[in-house]
Design a protein around this ligand. Structure first.
Ligand SMILES: Nc1ncnc2c1ncn2[C@@H]1O[C@H](COP(=O)(O)OP(=O)(O)OP(=O)(O)O)[C@@H](O)[C@H]1O
Length: 239
């Protein structure tokens, strides 16, 4: 049984990369709905790996993961894709945009798979495209300059903002972001974090955010140190 007021609930999670030592052993992790969490930890401690598990990109060796009350790991690959589009906005460096598609197509993609997100965008902005353009502007990019361009032609910082707009469109229940501001200058970083905070408050979105930039931690109501919830770090890798 899981509590449906939890956005994320992890139980007895264990993971190791093939032929490597275990890196994650997390007895329990709970994020309540609407909470804004900043996840920190030293380099190589497993933050990206944990986020990839929560996003359904890699499978843990053991344990349970409930997202929005659903037993996420038991879903088939196609149901998992559908669930992800419906409920999650993901900004990962390794979960890339589609480089040959336009900025417009990339941003609107989640709403092609989620009628709930599509309806939210249309209700508030009249169309998906209008919300997409609104998000890009708020992120400091002029939509008219990039809207029809292939994403692969853009700079890394521009691509990061396209990925942010794709994650935010249609106000998903949960946003998982791994170093989403790493390629942004200070002004664009501030625009991004302000937009993320404002959207999350407005829509009661749960945020899970990984960054090495400690300046951003003040925007979050909870800080989790991976080393404090991960038994591997406490016991040492030989355990
Ligand atoms: N695809 C992979 N195959 C094998 N090992 C991997 C893979 N990805 C990560 N690892 C290993 O898992 C460990 C944790 O990596 P991870 O990227 O999750 O850490 P992190 O806390 O996000 O680090 P950083 O803060 O530097 O981004 C590291 O030892 C890394 O070498």
């Amino acid at each position: 049984m899981t509590d449906t007021s939890f956005a994320i609930e992890v139980k007895n999670l264990r993971f190791q990369w093939k032929s490597d030592q275990p890196i994650l052993d997390i007895p329990s992790l709970v994020l309540t709905r609407g909470s804004h969490t900043f996840l920190k930890g030293s380099s190589g401690s497993g933050k990206s790996t944990l986020l990839s598990i929560l996003a359904g990109i890699i499978k843990p060796d053991q344990g349970e993961v409930f997202i929005q009350g659903a037993d996420f790991l038991s879903l088939s690959p196609s149901k998992k894709d559908q669930f992800r589009s419906e409920h999650m906005g993901i900004i990962f460096q390794m979960f890339n945009l589609l480089p040959f598609l336009s900025v417009s197509d990339n941003i609107c993609l989640p709403c092609r798979f989620s009628s709930a997100r599509k309806q939210k965008a249309i209700q508030k902005f009249g169309s998906l495209e209008e919300e997409g353009k609104h998000l890009l502007s708020a992120l400091g990019m002029a939509p008219s300059n990039v809207w029809d361009r292939a994403v692969g032609e853009l700079s890394v910082g521009q691509q990061q903002r396209v990925a942010a707009a794709r994650a935010l469109i249609g106000a998903p229940d949960l946003i998982i972001a791994d170093e989403p501001t790493s390629a942004l200058d200070t002004d664009n970083r501030d625009s991004f974090i302000n937009l993320l905070s404002q959207q999350a408050k407005e829509h009661d979105t749960t945020l899970l955010f990984v960054s090495h930039d400690e300046n951003l931690a003040g925007h979050f109501d909870k800080i989790i140190h991976l080393e404090e919830i991960n038994q591997i770090q406490k016991l040492g890798v030989e355990a």
